[in-house]
Design a protein around this ligand. Structure first.
Ligand code: ZN
Length: 353
């Protein structure tokens, strides 16, 4: 895989390494260079160890200059080597929450989101290489940011829902979420082509207080041409953009690019990615030519599928419980405790095989 290094430098005082089974394999005082030898790990150029190994130092470890929390799992495969911070599931849930949600959210909204994050994480752990899972990159980034400095509200939400996950039928639900739906969530069938009965469009007026309930963005002509070029269209001065078909929730399905008498239609999601997610905040948008460019106006922020976070907070302000919030955005699912809960460990990676 692209971007996986073949060597890693560990720095720390009193570094120790254990096998996956827990036997002490090696110790090093200050730093040690690890490299991949096929599917095995070379320790300091002298020992070859079976992958994976766990490493730890009493004062913490720097892995290629980055401080990773707690115990680190190192694994090698096909000549690539990677480091994974191994953190307890509930700490992990609190850390993701702290990044995804506003600290101003009410406890019931944070609890609903904690259940969604936990479920999503468990599902991603069960199928980490599924290319449909955009969680993988997010999970990896999150773990590398570590679990230090997570606010008490986020920890409380994880603790209040400890071990609880959302199920549909016999399995974990795919509990996707987004910032603000803008008035109506999107069905998974229209966003991703997979119709999940608990991810269908629902009306939501509870996200009105979101700063991105309504938004606009002005795009200049040069920027428009760069976007077109990124999408494979070399545009002249007559470049035009337009929405070419919408999903039942009102979100753009296709966008049409015209220039020099040539018209090209592409998926609206691809267009939004090229414009930039923070500029074109959602597909629920209009594009109007103005002056020397275009005016984008739209509703909400994010893909719009599953739980609307600002809507969850609006519901909490109206007195809804976290279970009521979950039932609204993920109808037909049920909350249950994990079998044999708590699950001991959640881990993730940088780069991924
Ligand atoms: Zn909403």
């Amino acid at each position: 895989m692209e971007g996986i290094p073949s060597v890693l430098l560990l720095r720390g005082d009193g570094i120790r390494a254990w096998s996956a089974g827990g036997s002490l394999l090696a110790a090093e005082n200050e730093n040690v260079l690890l490299s991949a030898a096929g599917d095995r790990i070379t320790w300091g150029g002298v020992m070859v160890l079976d992958s994976p190994i766990d490493v730890w130092a009493p004062g913490g470890l720097l892995v290629d200059g980055r401080r990773l929390p707690g115990r680190i799992r190192i694994s090698a495969r096909n000549g690539g080597i990677r480091a994974v911070a191994v953190v307890p599931l509930e700490e992990y849930v609190a850390a993701v929450l702290s990044r995804e949600a506003s600290p101003t959210f009410l406890p019931e909204a944070l609890s609903a989101l904690a259940v969604a994050v936990r479920t999503y994480t468990l599902l991603a752990m069960a199928s980490p290489r599924d290319p449909d899972y955009d969680v993988v990159a997010g999970v990896e980034d999150q773990v590398f940011e570590g679990v230090e400095g997570v606010g008490p509200g986020f920890r409380a939400a994880a603790a209040a829902t400890r071990g609880e996950a959302l199920y549909y039928g016999g399995g974990l639900a795919r509990t996707v979420y987004h910032s603000t739906c803008g008035g109506r969530t999107e069905g998974s069938a229209f966003a991703w082509g997979t119709d999940l009965p608990y991810l269908r469009s629902v009306v939501c007026e509870d996200c009105r207080k979101s700063p991105v309930w309504r938004w606009e963005y002005r795009m200049g002509r040069e920027e428009g041409r760069r976007v077109a070029l990124a999408l494979g269209v070399r545009a002249g001065t007559d470049l035009g953009f337009g929405i070419a078909g919408r999903t039942p929730s009102g979100r753009a399905r296709y966008v049409r690019l015209t220039s020099g008498g040539v018209t090209r239609e592409l998926k609206a999601a691809q267009f939004r990615k090229a414009v930039g997610y923070r500029r074109m905040r959602s597909l629920w948008a209009e594009i109007v030519p103005v002056g020397d460019g275009w005016l984008f106006t739209g509703n909400g922020y994010g893909h719009g599928v599953g739980m609307c976070q600002w809507g969850a907070n609006g519901m909490a302000e109206s007195g809804a419980s976290y279970r009521e919030i979950l039932a609204r955005y993920y109808p037909l699912t049920r909350v249950a405790s994990l079998p044999g809960s708590p699950v001991p460990l959640a881990g993730s990676a940088g780069g991924g095989f």
